[in-house]
Design a protein around this ligand. Structure first.
Ligand SMILES: C[C@H](O)[C@H](O)[C@H]1CNc2nc(N)[nH]c(=O)c2N1
Ligand SMILES: N[C@@H](Cc1ccccc1)C(=O)O
Ligand SMILES: [Fe+2]
Length: 269
């Protein structure tokens, strides 16, 4: 993966605490402040409930040992420090163990609205609130176990369905279209774009379609899949997802809806 930012991730001390700088804490607090306004009427209720439950600080980057206490209480999950984007096999191994990867760096102001790789604001603010929701936690744990036991090729398929649900999923609710994907909720720019831009396609989620849809991780998404209702994640976790992967493999991939990356073509799955 071509690193877009070349960030130096931070090491924690023996107790798992990281001494963030004032500037890093300031960026967290401004991101938190911006999203507090943008998620009103845009994030699904389950996300709001989870955000309230884990009680993240609005003023400084949360310390993982404190966050772990809240996650453990709710669903038995905890975080795992990682330097940046990790590969699929490491990623699924962590999820299979109810550990969620947290990249220990935070974006700079230049990448405030959108960042090409996951930072701590993405992992903690984007994903952790919903990890306190039983349906979401169950789906993510099930998904990790599937990925752990899958072949390298099947893991690339599994990553696509994960991408179009946990990372960039939208969901229908009584109040209208809402966001549950952590990759959207950690980006001020994409939080608005995903619901209000007329550029992206928005289609009902058919798991086999998602498995056949190539994606790029370094651009705002050209396509979002909509979950008919939130608890469909439970139903999805009970389906034979590997059978859906086999079906998708016989049908071939859809044409990408985005321009190819430059030669290295990294970040395209
Ligand atoms: C698999 C999924 O599509 C996504 O690309 C994964 C891969 N690696 C990751 N690595 C980190 N640190 N954080 C993430 O959220 C992810 N997501
Ligand atoms: N684009 C997300 C970060 C992200 C990058 C790549 C994969 C997933 C998430 C943000 O700006 O918060
Ligand atoms: Fe993510």
């Amino acid at each position: 993966m071509a690193k877009s930012t070349g960030y130096k991730s931070r090491e924690s001390d023996a107790q798992g605490y990281i001494q963030w700088s004032d500037e890093e804490n300031q960026i967290w607090s401004e991101l938190y402040e911006r999203q507090a306004g943008l998620i009103q009427g845009r994030a699904c209720q389950q996300y709001h409930d989870g955000l309230e439950y884990i009680g993240l600080s609005a003023h400084e980057i949360p310390q993982l040992p404190d966050l772990n206490k809240r996650l453990q209480q709710a669903t038995g999950w905890k975080t795992a420090e990682v330097p940046a984007l990790i590969n699929f096999s490491e990623f699924f191994r962590l999820l299979a163990n109810k550990e969620f990867p947290v990249a220990t760096f935070i974006r700079t102001r230049e990448e405030f609205d959108y960042l090409q790789e996951p930072d701590i604001f993405h992992e903690v603010y984007g994903h952790c609130p919903l990890l306190t929701n039983p349906a979401f936690a169950h789906f993510t744990h099930t998904y990790g176990k599937l990925g752990l036991n899958a072949s390298k090729e099947d893991r690339v398929y599994l990553a696509r369905l994960y991408w179009f649900t946990v990372e960039f999923g939208l969901v229908n609710t009584q109040e209208g279209l809402r966001i549950y994907g952590g990759g959207i909720l950690s980006s001020p720019g994409e939080t608005v774009y995903s619901l209000e831009s007329d550029k992206p396609v928005r289609a009902p989620l058919d798991p086999v379609d998602a498995l056949r849809t190539p994606y790029r991780i370094d651009i705002m998404q050209p396509l979002y899949y909509i979950l008919p209702e939130f608890d469909d994640l439970f139903t999805l976790a009970e389906q034979d997802i590997m059978a859906l992967v086999e079906k998708a493999k016989t049908m071939g991939l859809f044409e990408p809806r985005f321009p190819p990356k430059d030669k290295q073509a990294s970040g395209q799955n």
